[in-house]
Unconditional design. Structure first.
Length: 431
């Protein structure tokens, strides 16, 4: 079974255009690319794609709108790559629209160049790309080889290359590819560069097995290379500032309760954390899953997530309390800030792809103080809350004035299936 990322790649490649997360998931399911045991396939798919975009600078995925994605290479116009849901994406869209106009004007200018001047330009580009011994042939205008050059690979092998340039708008046919191959010398490779496009026949012929390969560069790729080497354009650098909530938001007494701060021991930003608190709705695990699934599907702004929490859990009215829930799941290592948006971490994406309370339990033990010790106590010394609290604070060396932090830990362990309380109030490990 392929990964969610691989499934999304296959679906979007076949689609040839943008799809919503729901459409990607449904088509992947129809193709048999998804596990039938996943309980949250749509959220898992959205999370997998978003995490790939965030963590992988060369990600093939591009977000083109709320919950809509496409592939980066030539599938949609570049000015649709950014969502309009935030000020940052609006600015990025304006910049991209400007750059797209420059790309079009550059390509138009290339098509208007004199053929010999165009050959000079391509020779200059080849030199910038690392080719050596670049030589223009005698100009005849007969469609033959225009430039010869040598590309040294790894400082070991030199590949002599014959280049033909085509400065026109129509598509280059397979006949042109075959003619260039027929004119190659021994040990030469071929390259065709055009301001237009290539027909399917041309691409198939260029990659035909058991024949000398011919490399193809179309107009869009040519513009990419010119921009990359700063030929025909000037690049201006500007500083753009974005809000970083991650560095500003710290837990408050209200969020953590006074006991979580009373130990006076500095806690590293990555945990383990002293402060723990519940999630709304009475069922901690169900609430955790709902929040993570929503963030995976929507990648909302902080304000949008707060609004969703208030609508989903009517008893929650305070935005400050909603922020405490977000911070709690950040402590879990499941949520993070990306500017003004809330996003899933890689850990959360993996959890959505394969939900497992055992995985959450391992995370719980690693991210919050006293969990392994509390589980040992429940196994070896079952008892009521007060006695378990006294043993725990002595064992881990904290000075919690009340039992609230111990109780929150017990309730979370019960939600994760690792603890239970009988009718007489005795807490013990689950069997």
């Amino acid at each position: 079974m392929p990964s969610l990322r691989e499934a999304a790649l296959q679906v979007l490649s076949a689609a040839g255009g943008p799809l919503s997360v729901e459409e990607i998931t449904e088509r992947a399911r129809e193709l048999g690319l998804l596990s039938s045991t996943s309980k949250t396939p749509v959220a898992s798919m959205g999370a997998a794609i978003y995490v790939d975009i965030k963590r992988n600078p060369d990600s093939p995925f591009v977000k083109v709108g709320p919950r809509r994605f496409t592939l980066r290479q030539g599938i949609v116009p570049r000015d649709t790559r950014y969502s309009t849901s935030t000020p940052r994406s609006s600015f990025a869209r304006e910049v991209d629209e400007h750059n797209q106009k420059v790309r079009r004007k550059l390509l138009d200018a290339l098509k208007e160049m004199h053929p010999r001047s165009f050959e000079h330009l391509i020779a200059r580009l080849l030199e910038r790309l690392g080719f050596e011994g670049v030589e223009r042939t005698r100009y005849t205008g007969d469609g033959g080889i225009d430039i010869t050059a040598t590309l040294t690979v790894g400082g070991v092998t030199s590949v002599r290359t014959a280049i033909q340039v085509k400065r026109y708008s129509q598509s280059v046919s397979g006949k042109v590819v075959r003619e260039l191959r027929g004119s190659l010398g021994v040990q030469e490779r071929g390259l065709i560069i055009t301001t237009g496009t290539f027909t399917r026949d041309a691409r198939q012929e260029a990659a035909a097995p058991n024949k000398v390969p011919i490399a193809l560069v179309d107009g869009e790729r040519l513009v990419d290379l010119l921009l990359q080497k700063r030929i025909g354009v000037v690049c201006r650098q500007v500083e753009i500032f974005d809000l970083d909530l991650e560095s500003l938001e710290l837990p408050t007494e209200d969020e953590c309760d006074k006991d979580s701060l009373s130990a006076g021991v500095p806690v590293p930003s990555g945990g383990p954390y002293n402060g723990l608190w519940p999630l709304p709705g009475g069922d901690y695990l169900a609430a955790l899953n709902m929040i993570v699934e929503f963030v995976g599907a929507e990648t909302p702004t902080v304000d949008a997530l707060i609004e969703w929490l208030q609508n989903t859990f009517p008893a929650v009215e305070s935005a400050k309390v909603c922020r405490s829930y977000i911070n709690l799941l950040r402590r879990w290592g499941l949520l993070a800030y990306d500017g003004t948006q809330v996003v899933l971490t890689e850990t959360a994406a993996e959890y959505l792809a394969n939900p497992s309370t055992a995985r959450l339990l391992e995370l719980f033990k690693a991210r919050f103080t006293g969990i392994p010790e509390l589980m040992d106590i429940l196994r070896d010394q079952p008892g009521p809350l007060d006695s378990i609290h006294q043993v725990l604070v002595q064992r881990i060396g904290v000075e919690w004035a009340t039992t609230s932090q111990t109780q929150y830990r017990l309730e979370w362990l019960r939600a994760l299936g690792a603890a239970k309380r009988d009718e007489s109030g005795i807490w013990r490990a689950s069997e």
